[in-house]
Design a protein. Structure first.
Length: 511
């Protein structure tokens, strides 16, 4: 698929070098939904614009709505124009992309509809010389994963020439038992190597930069351990509420929706040992080792090392917002948490005794995701306490969003008479260093799926191990330990979240 030429940029050299994907047909189940419109279609358009989509590539939207190819293309054009990260949209590239977009009505409960989908795919395969390669993307609610998978098998869409891959969005299961059952169902239809469990956080440039920062720089890896690091803080904060997802969120909560996947993935990448190669199973083996090393929380631990909260009405970015229980489709008296704070320990040689603090929440003062590595203070204050009053411990902050980058905090002398020290920051910003906007996470992940590289996707044992960490917390919370607390919208969570660190002589970093 052709697109507009990319202007030369010496600082961006190598950014667009990429392995070549084979031609394929991508079927998007839930093609008229929010995920498809906001993320998937704009990501595919931008891949087309960068000339990264293979010749013959086609999209088949599948959903319950009564649409034709042309009406779906008009809908797709509107979404791409609205949500594409590159603006303005290149109309020539857009039209070329839309020419390869098709639509078919599919009721997931009807096998005949899947057989009709198979016939349409076969027609496109012959017309576009795709060679049988298929990607099935489940941009649908989790309860549909099982039926879609089984219908693909019943209609024969999981077999034949070429590769056949399935992409499944989080959450993958709601606990260890359901995740294991879903894994078994999917693996009866697709080989594990063809199952791509997607967590879009892993496609963000700074998340990938965690490994590059650690393992490509000799000055950081030697101090990345319990001898030099005091603690690690992982923050996943959003200023938005539940955005009309009350029916889903009231059953999920922040622990399942954010911590089980996003936050634990960030912890695993921060704490993992260097893999023998940047290769899918080698990287994922090391991540699983970290998750297995996380100390299980007993009931007594949950009471002391976890905080759960729920937002009430308040002010966010100058706007008055309603409380969680006032949101549509939320049960009266709901005890679902919208804020979580945890203290975890990774019981291995590298991280012995180092606390990993996680906080995640809705209706925070700002949208920010970051990992903060807090180093120990110097063993001796050479310059005296008075000179170092304004000096904080050294810290490295890896910002995942909204401005992707890395910040190093260290002490420097204030340019004045005498000795007076102050903390200063040295910043790396992705956009200013490479003079390009970081690609959307879905762009990288969709292309990796077509190439067949699962490095940035979660493996079955990884998902199940993460749930073994979460399930004991959920069980204690269901029994009311610790009790749910509230916090006004626009604040950093309930007071207990700050007190958990204060009791250990620490405090949350203020992004």
């Amino acid at each position: 698929m052709t697109g507009a030429a990319i202007a030369p940029n010496p600082l961006a050299e190598g950014l667009y070098d990429y392995r070549v994907a084979e031609p394929a047909i991508m079927v998007i189940f839930g093609a008229t939904g929010d995920l498809s419109g906001r993320k998937l279609l704009p990501a595919l358009y931008n891949l087309s614009k960068q000339r990264l989509l293979p010749a013959g590539f086609a999209v088949v939207g599948a959903a319950i709505d009564d649409l034709t190819d042309d009406s779906y293309r008009r809908r797709a054009a509107e979404k791409i124009t609205q949500f594409s990260r590159t603006q303005p949209v290149d109309q020539r590239v857009l039209q070329t992309f839309l020419d390869a977009v098709f639509y078919i009505k599919v009721d997931f409960s009807k096998l005949e509809d899947f057989k009709g989908l198979a016939r349409k795919i076969d027609e496109l395969d012959h017309a576009r010389h795709v060679g049988g390669n298929r990607v099935f993307y489940c941009a649908t609610p989790p309860p549909t994963y099982e039926i879609i998978t089984e219908q693909l098998k019943a209609s024969g869409l999981n077999a034949g020439d070429g590769y056949h891959r399935i992409v499944i969005e989080k959450p993958f299961g709601s606990d260890m038992k359901s995740a294991h059952e879903l894994n078994q169902i999917v693996q009866r239809v697709f080989h594990e190597d063809s199952v791509f469990r997607i967590d879009h956080y892993l496609g963000k440039e700074t998340v990938q930069n965690i490994m590059a920062f650690r393992f490509a720089n000799t000055i950081f890896e030697p101090v990345w351990n319990c001898h030099f690091i005091d603690s690690v803080q992982i923050t996943v904060a959003e200023e938005i509420g539940i955005e009309n997802r009350g029916a889903y969120y009231d059953k999920a909560g922040t622990l399942r929706d954010i911590v089980q996947n996003h936050a634990l993935q960030l912890l695993a990448l921060t704490a993992m040992e260097p893999s023998v190669a940047f290769e899918a199973n080698a990287v994922r083996d090391e991540k699983v080792k970290v998750l297995k090393a996380i100390r299980p929380l007993t009931d007594a631990d949950v009471a002391k090392a976890t905080v759960r909260g729920q937002y009430t009405n308040g002010w966010v970015l100058g706007e008055h917002v309603k409380g969680y229980r006032e949101e549509p489709n939320v049960a009266q008296g709901s005890l679902t948490e919208t804020f979580v704070a945890l203290r975890l320990f990774v019981d291995n040689w590298r991280w012995a005794g180092v606390p990993f603090y996680i906080r995640a929440g809705k209706r925070m003062p700002k949208r920010v995701t970051e990992i903060r590595i807090q180093f120990n203070r110097p063993p001796h204050l050479t310059f005296g306490r008075d000179a170092a009053q304004e000096l904080d411990p050294n810290a490295i902050t890896l910002r995942i969003q909204p401005e992707e980058g890395i910040s190093l905090k260290f002490g420097a002398k204030v340019p004045a008479a005498g000795i007076r020290l102050r903390s200063v920051a040295m910043d790396f910003l992705y956009a200013s260093s490479f003079l390009v906007e970081a690609p959307e996470a879905y762009e990288r992940l969709l292309l990796d799926c077509m190439i067949g590289d699962p490095t940035l996707f979660t493996r079955a044992d990884e998902v199940e191990t993460a749930w073994t960490i979460i399930d004991p917390i959920e069980a204690a919370w269901r029994d009311g330990r610790p009790p749910l607390q509230t916090y006004p919208s626009g604040t950093w969570g309930p007071a207990a979240g700050a007190k958990m660190l204060e009791a250990e002589g620490r405090e949350w970093h203020r992004p």
